[in-house]
Design a protein around this ligand. Sequence first.
Ligand SMILES: Cc1cc2nc3c(=O)[nH]c(=O)nc-3n(C[C@H](O)[C@H](O)[C@H](O)COP(=O)(O)O)c2cc1C
Length: 385
Amino acid sequence: MIVGISGSPRKKATEYVLREALRILEAQGFQTKFFTVRGKEIKPCQHCDYCLKHKVCRIEDDMQELYGMLKNARGIVMATPVYNGGVSAQIKAVMDRCRALVAADYDFFRGKAGMAIAVGGDRIGGQELAIQQIITFYILNGVIPVSGGSFGANLGATFWSKDTLEGVKEDEEGFRSLRKTVKRFASTLKMLEGDEMAEEKKKKKRVAWGITGSGDRLPETVEVMKKIRRQYPDVEIAVYLSKAGEQVIKYYKLMNDLKENFGAARVEIDANTPFLAGQVQVGRYEFLLIAPATSNTVAKISMGIADSLLSNAAIMALKAFVPVYIMPSDYKEGEVITKLPDGRDLRLRVRKEDVEHVRKIATMDGVFILEKPEDIHGVFKKHFG
Ligand SMILES: Cc1cc2nc3c(=O)[nH]c(=O)nc-3n(C[C@H](O)[C@H](O)[C@H](O)COP(=O)(O)O)c2cc1C
């Protein structure tokens, strides 16, 4: 779907030429949606940073409608009247308010295509500067900017309205620039569609691996995961550490090992930071693996307490039908001997209560319990062959 955004407060030239762009795209089989700032309330960004923390904009105005539309957009056509040699304040507010979308998902705009239209009252009144502003917004946010190319549509579609609707309708040169730009925009969208399908396949080859604060079988798990990494080079394994997980990884001097093999590990700040639960929920990861999982994390999942990064991610994953594989450190009642980083043995009691939690999560739809690190091989085989 392609979203056309008109930045004019009037139902005049800008709206007219944008609708024409969308009409051409519809004729080529694209689905389009039209949005205008006309008659809407879109306040300027307050830079309150609420979105950085809460992943949504707290200003309840008409921008909320556009947020929803942009979510499903593969392409954006931004059209602005030229005001003082640049974009209108209204379209600038739209651009700035998009910060909330990027705060929630850094790659929100990445891979979408964008084209620009500028309508000035003068023949040379700043149309190209206005388009530059739109293109800069695109580049900053990862939107692929598309122009109509040289010989008439260098940066995009430019119109001379003479300040009236009738004036813009007479601007044959402007419509030529529009048709050229829309043509290249449509072909870029088709190209991206092919890439998108390839990307879609790739997307499924991402796995989130959570490590909690248990030293028991931790080095063995890391070794198994390193083997898997080599065996499945096209599967991206993203490592997430609980707060205690980070401490234990450091205690066992495994941080560098993780970094070298899986890239920088993301460390828990709170239940939603880093933004794992949301990513799991939208299907970014094929599955979530928590290995080793402490009795604390297992108990939280068992009781539905989502107040830590990995328990929250697991509960969200289950709600979104994303499988969760858990290797509990306390699997069977009795005693276990675990190795400390200095090689000494540590005798631990596995409590009945902890084993009961393992039994409980084992009955949950979408949870799969792994007994030992080697079982992780089977998980990757099942998902990636
Ligand atoms: C505040 C303001 C500033 C303007 N500045 C420019 C300008 O710098 N260059 C220009 O060519 N036209 C300028 N115009 C004229 C508009 O770009 C022109 O009338 C255009 O058609 C308005 O779009 P609309 O018909 O969709 O409302 C300005 C208009 C307003 C209201």
